[in-house]
Design a protein around this ligand. Structure first.
Ligand code: GLA
Length: 381
């Protein structure tokens, strides 16, 4: 992909790029909708992601291109407006560019830009955070800035919250920024504080992308965000992570039933993250798997961010030998299921699960056997 990014850039702009950066997609291992509630989460960077090649250009125009669409989108620096229609993808690199000014960082004042990806879009693997992180590192390569990694992660999230307009937490950018091969990234989102946790040998991730997507997906994410904030307010705390499961039960009568269930999911999920960490530390992968599946059940029943397709995959996978556990990964309302398996789980077994799904829903999920990967970095040209 690196060579492809350089070749495409050269073809498009007539000269080689001067900076190349890469950032991975991520798996949400456990910690569903805990991040913006001040909780904890475990994720893994994967070895698929986004490559961003750039070069400085005369001031005044930002030129954006991607390997998945024809043409160049030119945006004047004097009017960096939100894009609509097929060029909506530009909002990610453009949002990062405008955030540079908001963070007091020097912006490239003219830009030639190309993004290339081998990450399936819409699979719940956060191609958006990957493009944000790779863009930020590429711009920093042009301007010579070197802020702390925590700041780059915060800027990626800022761009997504304020320019793209999704009230996401820090999970996606944090894992993309702090990932490490054969490790999970643990985030205490309140700091935020980032740590890497070794992944026990012999554990594998498989992702089943259903290609389903709720039509109102962004609105549903925002609605869950609002319900969580309302629940925290109703219970007199600033964030749900301030509460234990027992305190939630004591305050139950203060909340509308729906908000109670949203809060229950988040607060119990934070507890599951701690239990998964403890089980990983002693190599009890069966216990990890049970907690992952419990997380999915809670999404299904309490948080209602699952779908019949995702539930069916989790049912099928958890009834399959060599699968420790399975759950939806990411925001939900469609997207992908992650299975956590031992080394014996094979591509043939995965294909069988995909067949069973296809017989039921009439379309086949894509199956990805994901390797963990390194976090975002600038690459030598
Ligand atoms: C999306 C968001 C993350 C996180 C997850 C749910 O991936 O971008 O910040 O909230 O959903 O855990």
């Amino acid at each position: 992909m690196k060579d492809l990014a350089i070749a495409r850039f050269t073809e498009l702009y007539g000269h080689a790029p001067t900076v190349l950066a890469w950032a991975p997609g991520r798996i949400e291992f456990i910690g569903n909708h805990t991040d913006y509630n001040g909780g904890t989460v475990l994720g893994a960077a994967i070895d698929l992601g986004m490559w961003v090649a750039v070069a400085a250009a005369p001031a005044g125009i930002l030129r954006f291109a991607t390997d998945s669409q024809r043409g160049i989108v030119a945006v004047p620096t004097s009017a960096p407006c939100k894009q609509v229609g097929p060029q909506r993808w530009v909002n990610y690199p453009l949002g990062v560019w405008t955030s540079f000014r908001e963070f007091g960082w020097q912006q490239p004042d003219g830009l030639e830009y190309l993004a290339c990806s081998n990450l399936p879009v819409g699979a719940g693997l956060s191609s958006s955070a990957a493009i944000e992180m790779a863009s930020a590192l590429a711009y920093l390569g042009l301007t010579g800035g070197s802020p702390a990694r925590e700041k780059v992660v915060a800027l990626g999230r800022h761009a997504e919250n304020n320019f793209v307009g999704v009230p996401c937490g820090i999970l996606d950018q944090g894992v993309s920024g702090f990932g490490r091969k054969n490790h999970l990234v643990f985030i205490d989102c309140r700091g935020p504080r980032f740590e890497t946790v070794p992944m026990p040998a012999g554990a594998h991730f498989w992702v089943f992308n259903t290609h389903t997507k709720h039509a109102l997906i962004d609105g549903m994410y925002a609605a869950r965000h609002r319900e969580c904030m309302d629940a925290a307010k109703g219970l007199g705390v600033s964030l749900l992570a301030d509460l234990t499961p027992a305190q939630l039960e004591q305050g139950r009568a203060l909340l509308p039933e729906v908000n109670y269930r949203r809060a229950k999911h988040v607060i119990e999920e934070i507890d599951r993250v701690a239990r998964v960490r403890a089980a990983l530390a002693v190599g009890d992968l069966a216990a990890v798997g049970r907690l992952l599946t419990a997380s999915h059940r809670s999404s299904q029943v309490q948080f209602e961010n699952s779908t019949p397709e995702l539930d069916f995959l989790v049912e099928t996978l958890t009834a399959t030998p060599h699968v420790y556990g399975a759950r939806l990964t990411g925001g939900g309302f469609g997207g992908a299921v992650m299975a956590f398996t031992d080394a014996e789980f094979s591509a043939a077994e995965a294909a069988r699960v995909a067949d069973v799904y296809a017989r039921r829903f009439g379309s086949r999920p894509d199956v990805l056997h994901c390797e963990t990967g390194e976090g975002a970095e600038r690459l030598a040209l």
